[in-house]
Design a protein around this ligand. Sequence first.
Ligand SMILES: NC(=O)c1ccc[n+]([C@@H]2O[C@H](COP(=O)([O-])OP(=O)(O)OC[C@H]3O[C@@H](n4cnc5c(N)ncnc54)[C@H](O)[C@@H]3O)[C@@H](O)[C@H]2O)c1
Ligand SMILES: [Zn+2]
Ligand SMILES: [Zn+2]
Length: 350
Amino acid sequence: MEPIPETMMAWKKTKPIEGGFELLETKTPSPKHGEVLVKTHSTSICGTDIHIWKWDDWASENVPPGTITGHETCGTVVSVGEGVTTHNIGDKIAVECHLACWNCERCDEGNAHICENGQIFGVHTDGAFAPYFTIPAVNARHLPENLPIELASIQDPLGNAIHTLTGGPVADSVIAIHGLGPIGLFAVNAAKAMGARFVIAIDWDNQMRMDLAKKLGADVVLGKNDDIIESILSHTDGKGVDNSCEFSGSPTALSNAIHSTRMGGYVNILSVYGNSLTEVPMNDIVFRYLHVKGINGRKMWNTWDKMHELLNSNKIDINALVTHRINYQDYQDGIELALSGDCGKIVMDF
Ligand SMILES: NC(=O)c1ccc[n+]([C@@H]2O[C@H](COP(=O)([O-])OP(=O)(O)OC[C@H]3O[C@@H](n4cnc5c(N)ncnc54)[C@H](O)[C@@H]3O)[C@@H](O)[C@H]2O)c1
Ligand SMILES: [Zn+2]
Ligand SMILES: [Zn+2]
């Protein structure tokens, strides 16, 4: 194994403005008690990184200036801290970015992803837009057998997609996916892999992503030129789908989802909305007895277990979804590309 360098070049959000990142020489971290030090293999760019790039209200309230951001990541353990018995040097891992205390009521009831004392790696703490990072050993998840390290960083968004889908029925069910960003596209693929009967994929005008949805198994793809509610009803005998998943962040899409879910059906929402005070057709929710659920992160560890089962069954086509690979030095180009929307998942190699 090559020696661990004393310093490394890391992307830090140094200025509280749009952009505001610098590639700076920084001390390589060392693992504290219960942590592992990981040599980064790759880190993908996420919608959250766009919020941090733009420095919107959410970012300025959550990211301490000077933080090394980046949370969708994977790599090889190169050093283990005191007390770590679960990991060895050389282990290949991917990160669960929700850092939990494992000691509060939410953690005790199996909801560590919404830990009362939780933090997000690469948002509240230093993350993985850097060649090395430290992480609690429990958050360093060993890879499933069939997943090559090159693709392992995408388990964070794939897990988001699976967590959202499993907020309602999937097998033998009719599913609508609203918003075909990387997570929506993963959801199209995962829904099919989990045995959905019929999958309707909806975007606004991103033709590249709509074509990709078709390739990933969507039975029908709709866009801005379609009457979304009417089209969904016409494919479901006028009843609506069993399970609508919202990944667009558009209030229109949320309203469409509520209006096109069957009586007693499920509406699962992962999106973050620009304006939190989004109008929702409340009486439809009430009289049609809809189960509306907010989704955050991934269940620790039910979602991961389900995801590893799916990945080992080779039913998820990650290669189709990773449309771009770049060197981490070109991070700013990666952000420009993500902003343009002409991409699936962008992965940065180290
Ligand atoms: N809750 C969580 O834990 C969590 C985690 C990660 C991401 N998110 C959120 O999930 C969402 C999805 O992220 P992403 O990176 O995959 O998406 P993205 O933002 O890259 O893509 C959104 C897509 O929705 C499409 N769209 C816009 N208006 C639409 C409409 N009216 N109907 C249908 N589609 C429409 C856009 O064309 C785009 O392709 C984002 O809002 C993100 O902030 C939440
Ligand atoms: Zn993410
Ligand atoms: Zn907790």
